[in-house]
Design a protein around this ligand. Structure first.
Ligand code: MG
Length: 157
């Protein structure tokens, strides 16, 4: 059986926060605001996997109203999600991710991010791909006020 999942997330960018993508910190004066560490890619990957496996969503599993998740390491949350997905008998076939932000450039960090996600999800790096796009200066993302991510995943059992 094959199942596909779609994950989406957006976070405001704020000075003094770390810019994290899939557990990798990109050097930039601003980073994702959020209740957790704000790792927008870790959140979208988590939701894609949860959606495909029908196990819920991250807002439900790790509610921002619960202080347990304040400043949470989003890669730890992703590993928790992956453990649930694996426990249900699913294997990851592949993930494809789109990161949309004006700055910083994602390409120089692409392979580091792929490696970080691959380690967390116990798959080889070639099962994970990602690319950076800009929003052509349109809307909040285009004005550099936010970073947005889409992820699709395929899982099988
Ligand atoms: Mg989020």
């Amino acid at each position: 059986m094959l199942k596909v999942g779609l994950g989406y997330d957006i976070h405001r960018l704020k000075r003094g926060r770390r810019f994290l993508l899939g557990g990798v910190e990109l050097p930039f004066p601003k980073g994702e605001d959020g209740h957790s560490d704000g790792d927008v890619l870790a959140h979208a990957v988590s939701d894609a996997l949860l959606g495909a496996s029908g196990l819920g969503d991250i807002g439900e599993l790790f509610p921002p109203s619960d202080s347990t998740w304040k400043d949470a390491d989003s890669m730890a949350l992703l590993r928790d999600v992956f453990a649930r997905v694996k426990q249900s008998g699913w294997k990851i076939v592949n993930l494809d991710c789109v990161i949309i932000c004006e700055k910083p450039k994602v390409l120089p960090y692409r392979d580091a991010i792929r490696k970080s996600l691959a380690e967390a999800l116990e798959v080889s790096v070639d099962c994970i791909f990602l690319k950076g796009k800009t929003a052509e200066r349109l809307g909040a993302v285009g004005k550099g006020k936010a970073v947005e991510v889409y992820v699709v995943c395929l899982i099988e059992k």
